[in-house]
Design a protein. Sequence first.
Length: 85
Amino acid sequence: QVLVADINIGYEELVNTQVRAFNGKPVNNLKQLATMVEDCKEEFLKFDMDYDQVVVLETKTARAATQDILTTHCIPSAMSDDLKA
């Protein structure tokens, strides 16, 4: 599910789909994806999804929007403790 925000306008209809690759690299599990996103130094975050869907976000803008998105949707943390470890 996409949490609605200015950064992801146009992607809000994406539901029940998995990320298959991130910036061209296969994704095997959520922990791996979290690490890949956190460590990304590229200008864009590119998520290849099921059904040939692609989500592309500007890295700097996405990172800047994260706290506002969490606050808007009453989410206490960007990821669970097991993904932070």
